[in-house]
Design a protein around this ligand. Structure first.
Ligand code: SF4
Length: 200
């Protein structure tokens, strides 16, 4: 195991105190590699995304909802045409969200997970009447419409993976799917020492 930031109690990188960083700290030990990676921020799109996202975070820090942050980010990025890839289980929320986006002046293409209504036999699942989720089609349809930025709402674990893999436009996530915890997966971590001890 090379990288152990999740075990680090010092967070010297965050504090700018590298003298006291752990011995295997990659910020301290991989300066050359990090400098090379930093050059990627000079690429036009990367620079703009990094710059705008930092501005959005710093503006009214901690007070803005993620919905509002997405709106602000898209405005400052000067995106006009957005894509929404949503789960059928969150269709109501998708409708509310696209109305908010439209109220802010965006054009929005929206595609549901069951696009194509394909039987799960396609992916080797027998005896299930519910169509398979089709995140590759969601991504390809949004690619075809040349959306400038895509937003994921409630796609399942793995389906989101395929969507990220095939989306040509950059992507953010409004919400992730967690059927057991009202789409708040961190609840399992907050209670990992308690009620969820034997469930995580
Ligand atoms: S980069 Fe270094 S200081 Fe920062 S969390 Fe990782 S090990 Fe800790």
């Amino acid at each position: 195991m090379r990288y152990t930031c999740a075990y680090c109690q010092k967070h010297s990188c965050h504090k700018g105190d590298l003298e006291n960083a752990p011995l295997n700290c990659p910020t301290k030990n991989e300066k050359e590699n990090l400098d090379k990676i930093l050059e990627k921020y000079d690429e036009e799109e990367n620079y703009k995304i990094a710059h705008v996202s930092a501005e959005v975070v710093m503006d009214n820090y901690g007070a803005k909802t993620r919905v509002r942050e997405i709106v602000d980010f898209c405005k400052q990025m000067e995106y006009k045409k957005l894509g929404l890839a949503f789960c059928v289980g969150l269709a109501k929320e998708a409708g509310i969200f696209i109305q908010i986006l439209k109220n802010h002046g965006f054009e929005v293409e929206s595609v549901i997970c069951k696009l194509g209504s394909v039987n799960r036999e396609k992916i080797g699942i027998e005896g299930c009447d519910v169509p398979m989720c089709n995140p590759i089609a969601q991504a390809e349809f949004l690619n075809k419409e040349k959306t400038e930025f895509n937003i994921v709402l409630g796609l399942c674990v793995g389906h989101d993976t395929l969507f990220f893999k095939y989306s040509e436009a950059p992507v953010t996530v409004l919400a992730v799917k967690d059927r057991a915890l009202a789409h708040n997966p961190l609840g399992a971590l907050y209670l990992a020492d308690g009620y969820f001890k034997n469930k995580v």
